[in-house]
Design a protein around this ligand. Structure first.
Ligand SMILES: [Zn+2]
Length: 196
């Protein structure tokens, strides 16, 4: 159980972890707090965007679309490893997921199958969208993988969490397949090493 970081603290944590960060527009106050709660926070969620091109990807994640208003995450991790901050606060990224999974994340235990959609994830997870087509063929450059590792580790470090607090969207919400192209165990292993 932890209150979310302030925008300034979030920015500092990412930079202190060695990331290149781009602040997009009014990201500090761009959120969905008017429609629901933000916090307590319990973990970090990783996604892929199914988009091509960093500028278009960042725009979509900031603005959202007709069916799903933005922000669609907090940070967009581009192919080159740059993190573009598009929102801070409640964001439309996690949707409804499994309360058993949330309990496991809080306890930092092995994850059960995500077979229920009974819990508001947008309230409880920081979210990073990664620029990738999600077709299993589009490459994930090492710079991007490392940025995923650093971003997740930065948040874990601040909150005193371990690598089990980092999950993929596919581990949270039934029917989701993202991120595709690496395993979350691989990312958690890298986060674990970085936090040592
Ligand atoms: Zn997702």
């Amino acid at each position: 159980m932890a209150p979310p970081m302030s925008a300034s603290t979030f920015l500092k944590a990412l930079k202190d972890e060695g990331l290149t960060v781009v602040e997009v527009g009014d990201w500090r106050t761009h959120n969905r707090n008017h429609v629901g709660a933000w916090g307590p926070v319990h973990g970090v969620m990783i996604h892929h965007t199914v988009t091509r091109g960093t500028a278009a990807t960042v725009r979509l994640c900031r603005d959202g679309h007709a069916d799903l208003p933005g922000p669609l995450c907090h940070g967009v991790i581009a192919k080159d490893g740059t993190v573009h901050l598009v929102g801070h606060g409640r964001a439309n990224h996690a949707g409804s997921g499994d309360s058993d999974v949330l309990r496991a994340v809080i306890a930092e235990k092995a994850l059960p199958p995500d077979n229920a959609a009974d819990t508001d994830g947008n309230r409880h997870f920081y979210g990073f969208e990664c620029e990738n087509l999600g077709d299993g063929k589009d490459p994930w450059p090492e710079a991007q993988r490392e940025a995923v590792e650093r971003a997740a580790a930065a948040i874990c470090r601040f909150h005193g969490w371990g690598a089990p607090s980092v999950i993929g969207h596919l581990e949270w919400q039934p029917g989701k397949i993202d991120p595709r192209g690496f395993t979350m165990d691989e990312i958690r292993s890298r986060v674990r090493d970085r936090l040592k």
